[in-house]
Ligand binder design. Sequence first.
Ligand SMILES: NC(=O)c1ccc[n+]([C@@H]2O[C@H](COP(=O)([O-])OP(=O)(O)OC[C@H]3O[C@@H](n4cnc5c(N)ncnc54)[C@H](OP(=O)(O)O)[C@@H]3O)[C@@H](O)[C@H]2O)c1
Length: 283
Amino acid sequence: MEHEHTDAVRAGRRRRILITGAGGQLGRALQDAFSDDDLVALRHEDWDVTRSPSDTVSQGGLDLVLHTAAWTDVDGAEADPQGAAAVNVGGTANVAALAAPLVVFSTDYVFDGRKEAPYVESDGPNPLSAYGRTKLHAEAAAGPDAWIVRTSWLFGATGHNFVRTMLRLGAEREEVSVVDDQRGCPTFVGHLATGVRELVDAGKPRGIWHVAADGDCTWAEFAEAIFAEAALDCRVRRISTGELGRPAPRPAHAILRSERAGAPALPHWRDGLRACLDQLGRR
Ligand SMILES: NC(=O)c1ccc[n+]([C@@H]2O[C@H](COP(=O)([O-])OP(=O)(O)OC[C@H]3O[C@@H](n4cnc5c(N)ncnc54)[C@H](OP(=O)(O)O)[C@@H]3O)[C@@H](O)[C@H]2O)c1
């Protein structure tokens, strides 16, 4: 079972791939990246991962599972950590119980952000938030044979994300206040999905992989780039995390880089931004 996906690639047959959270921004991008395969793309309403899978999910065998379903409301997790854990930890355990080759997605929020240099796979996690703790426990629930892809600051042409929010606010307002003391790697879901495909198609070893866009910036710098690329006449007022006053603490400096041989190298975040705006017809 463990090498079925690579066996399928070698045999030249279409793989049967389950995607959880298929309605989310990464789930949609993975459907595009793996469109040559036989996809079982399940949205929240098709399979709530806090429940055991129906027979139709497990019947017929699976060559690969791409598990994107998650509680991604970082501030909401502070108010309801058990609800977040039920989805992120319990859901991942249910997915791992399918016993198929598995990719799970994790986050830079497993780190505390106090390291000045970029975080690599062997760095010790120390999540600051309830969300980060559930994602770290989800990594354990995925089991030792999963690919654990840690990524950061995802955005795409669909769903709730910073780029879409800034495009809306930038059209409505003359100025927006944006945090300038958190630094990370804004990652376009289309680029991440291609990187994931590279990882599994090459049969890379399981375990933790850091896969995020090249380059780094603060949220305020990212907002300025969005307004510049989309030709929106809106100023960015740079504020601190304290001024914004969100419930969940976030890492101040969480740049993900890989120390592993053959790790997928994603394009720069600014190229990701341009690709996203092209998909939205905003450039
Ligand atoms: N977004 C980021 O910045 C970021 C950064 C690093 C890592 N990640 C990780 O990357 C993965 C994909 O994130 P994303 O940005 O694509 O998130 P997303 O757009 O919020 O998509 C997550 C999907 O999971 C679904 N879902 C929520 N609870 C579920 C449940 N109990 N059963 C089944 N589906 C459920 C959601 O459906 P509803 O909308 O109907 O609830 C949504 O379609 C997640 O593991 C996330 O933790 C995200």
